[in-house]
Design a binder for this molecule. Structure first.
Ligand code: ADP
Ligand code: MG
Length: 400
């Protein structure tokens, strides 16, 4: 594969650099940032460019304003946080393109930082509008994409600019690819894939793709229920997306016997709360008035034993309804087993990283925790991501 173009390949001095980031941070009702991890993770790239004399223009989205200005989703507080973290002034403007943007960008000195407004205030962003992309591209000399979490989107500020200007990867995207590419292409064996979470729809691509190489596919959470249903088992009132039962049957038939490992026992309850009364049942014997809400103790032991043998682990999705204490054991045990293993471990997608955080684990206990939800799942299902494709040296921008 052609090498990735990164910011190490450019001389930032005196260049106007447009940096696409994913500063889609969680905020409270007043618009205050409640977790700035996404901004902190971008500091190395921003610092690298600024220290080398770039004129840095930052562009991001926040939330889902659906193509019109939404006051609480303005990027002023994000700009302020960037300024605090870099210990430098950041000039925030209220537009992405237009006269003010043109003037502000035109007056920049080396080392200056300008933050544009939330790019999703423009309907042209998600529509990947040509004129809009051209205006954005016209405001800079070099385009850097470091928004891994949005790289699966063919939007104007990602793909639209990247198909006009040569695009370079920032350090965050470089790190994401370095961690996940080996899993996709040549995982060191034994390779254990662990799936959980709620919506099986988002995980099917990953299960299908990685079932080509995974020695063991451990399935808990909501997806396990779909597989139980595929085997004709009673699942009571459990979460189950019936549209995928046939797919699950197909996978069970296609994979090697025992390659997919389903829970042999489960934790059930009739209500979901912190004080719920739980029962443990063999997965062949679920009462019809209960819900499956976690993997059971025998399953924890079985999963743990398999995890111990792994050289590579990819995990997406909590094993139970981790919002409530009675259903956290499976997820906690799986996390602990991964931490204790010597495997190269990647936590991909969705809420898994946040759940681990809330259970008291820290990121550095795993080899890599992806910053991208949907993006990491699409990447790991082997799809070509528009925002990543533009970064390879065999990609030549050709739009005008
Ligand atoms: P998704 O984004 O597809 O929902 P995630 O991987 O982000 O998937 O999973 C997070 C959610 O999955 C959590 O809210 C968790 O409570 C839920 N979950 C896990 N297991 C179960 C289960 N057995 N029943 C219902 N919800 C579950
Ligand atoms: Mg999720």
């Amino acid at each position: 594969m052609a090498p990735l173009r990164t910011i190490r390949d450019i001389d930032p001095q005196g260049k106007r650099i447009l940096l696409r980031v994913d500063f889609n941070v969680p905020i409270d009702e007043q618009g205050n940032i409640t977790d700035d991890a996404r901004i902190r993770k971008e500091v190395p790239t921003m610092q690298y460019l600024i220290e080398r004399g770039a004129q840095l223009i930052i562009i991001s989205h926040l939330g889902r304003p659906k193509g019109k200005p939404v006051e609480i989703l303005r990027l002023d507080k994000v700009a302020q946080r960037v300024s605090e973290l870099l210990n430098r002034p950041v000039k925030k403007i209220d537009e992405c393109v237009g006269d003010i943007a043109k003037q502000t960008v035109g007056a920049m000195q080396n080392g200056d930082i300008v933050m544009l407004e939330n790019v999703r205030f423009y309907p042209e962003e998600e529509a990947n509008d040509d004129v809009f992309a051209k205006k954005l591209a016209g405001q800079c000399d070099i385009f850097v994409n470091d928004g891994f979490g949005v790289s699966h989107r063919p939007h104007a500020s990602i793909y639209g600019i990247g198909s006009r200007l040569t695009a370079y990867a920032g350090f965050l995207i470089e790190k994401e690819i370095a961690a996940m590419q080996p899993i996709l292409e040549h995982p060191e064996k034994p390779f254990v894939l662990i799936i959980g979470g709620a919506k099986i729809k988002d995980k099917v691509g990953v299960i299908e793709k990685l079932s080509e190489t995974a020695d063991h596919i451990l399935i808990g959470g909501g997806p396990a229920n779909v597989f139980f249903a595929a085997q004709g088992k009673e699942i009571g009132q459990s979460l189950c997306d019936k549209d995928w039962i046939e797919m699950a049957q197909g996978l069970l038939a296609k994979t090697a016997p025992g390659q997919i490992v389903l829970p042999c026992d489960v934790v059930t309850a009739r209500e979901t709360s912190d004080t719920a009364t739980t029962e443990i049942h063999e997965s062949t014997n679920i009462p019809s008035d209960t819900k499956i809400l976690d993997i059971g103790p025998k399953t924890i032991e079985q999963f743990t034993n398999i995890i111990k043998t792994a050289k590579t682990i990819l995990w997406n999705g909590p094993q139970g309804l981790t919002e409530y204490a009675p259903f956290q054991n499976g997820t906690r045990a799986v996390a602990q087993a991964i931490v204790e293993s010597k495997a190269f471990s990647v936590i991909g997608g969705g809420d898994t990283g946040e759940v681990l955080d809330s259970l008291g684990f820290s990121e550095n206990q795993f080899s890599h925790v992806s910053t991208g939800g949907g993006a990491s799942l699409e990447f790991l299902s082997g799809k070509e991501l528009p925002g990543i494709k533009i970064l390879y040296s065999d990609y030549t921008p050709s739009a005008s």
